[in-house]
Design a protein around this ligand. Structure first.
Ligand SMILES: Nc1ncnc2c1ncn2[C@@H]1O[C@H](COP(=O)(O)OP(=O)(O)OP(=O)(O)O)[C@@H](O)[C@H]1O
Ligand SMILES: [Mg+2]
Length: 243
């Protein structure tokens, strides 16, 4: 079955993110993870990416980060074809994307503040800006008072909020969250979604991969639905309900 969503290639270059006839096969295992994926996301959009386990959500996000190359098709990001990026330009591309994972992946032997400073160093942000940036992102996630705590001294929800702070400390235009609420109860999940929504309200393009029916129902947004590697629905009604 082919995806029903079809647009002409030129269309994608105007979008923040565009997938044009993208397929992905993992070579070693010959697993076809994505088939003929077509969609575009405009600058400043918020959208959920949903689908059962194995549907291809993380694979799609890895393609956007250029951690994987599509087997065929083209992926556009800010008007550029990702296939053409080489060397330093790949690193520059990745700096435009803040990533949040299900497990927070904080450095265990460093405090919250040091985790954030580490990210600023990697991003090459001038030292003069560090203090302001750390305070700003910790305020946004409500954790200024945990600045000197180590990850093991935080709750799971707090750790995830620090991971979000780290993802956005470089002011990336795009934020990808892969099952960011998977380890959280509903109250914490809603807090995390509220933070992601506030990042969106400040102008970022945000994609959230999730299994959570509650979240998708609580936040009426565009929903891209993957099923066994195919994009079977692009729902902008705000009424999509996960089965
Ligand atoms: N590195 C890999 N090598 C081979 N196959 C892989 C690899 N990573 C994922 N796959 C396969 O690709 C398909 C899509 O996996 P993917 O991780 O993208 O799904 P997902 O929607 O993120 O699932 P989940 O909700 O469980 O995280 C699955 O069949 C999976 O087994
Ligand atoms: Mg996944």
């Amino acid at each position: 079955m082919k995806s029903h969503i079809r647009l002409t290639p030129g269309f994608y270059t105007a979008a923040m993110i565009g997938f044009h006839r993208v397929t992905l096969e993992y070579a070693r295992t010959q697993t076809k993870a994505l088939y003929d994926i077509n969609f575009e996301i405009k600058k400043g959009e918020f959208c959920f990416l949903v689908g059962h386990s194995g549907a291809g959500k993380s694979s799609l996000l890895s393609l956007l980060l250029k951690r994987l190359e599509p087997t065929s098709g083209a992926i556009y990001f800010g008007g550029e074809n990702l296939r053409a990026l080489r060397g330093d330009r790949i690193a520059l591309h990745r700096r435009k994307i803040g990533v949040v994972f299900q497990d927070h992946r904080l450095l265990k032997d460093q405090t919250v503040e040091d985790n954030l400073l580490f990210a600023l160093r990697v991003l090459g942000v001038p030292k003069a800006e560090w203090e302001n940036r750390v305070t700003r992102v910790l305020r946004l996630v409500g954790l200024v008072h945990k600045k000197r705590s180590f990850p093991e001294e935080l709750s799971v929800g707090e750790s995830q909020r620090v991971a979000i702070a780290r993802a956005i400390i470089g002011d990336p235009p795009v934020v990808l969250a892969d099952e960011p609420t998977g380890n959280l109860d509903l109250t914490n999940a809603i807090t995390v979604l509220e933070i992601l929504k506030s990042i969106h309200a400040r102008g970022a393009t945000v994609i959230v991969a999730t299994h959570s029916r509650e979240l998708v129902e609580a936040y009426p947004q565009r929903v891209l639905v993957l099923k066994a590697g195919q994009l079977v629905r692009d729902d902008r009604s705000g009424k999509y309900s996960l089965s």
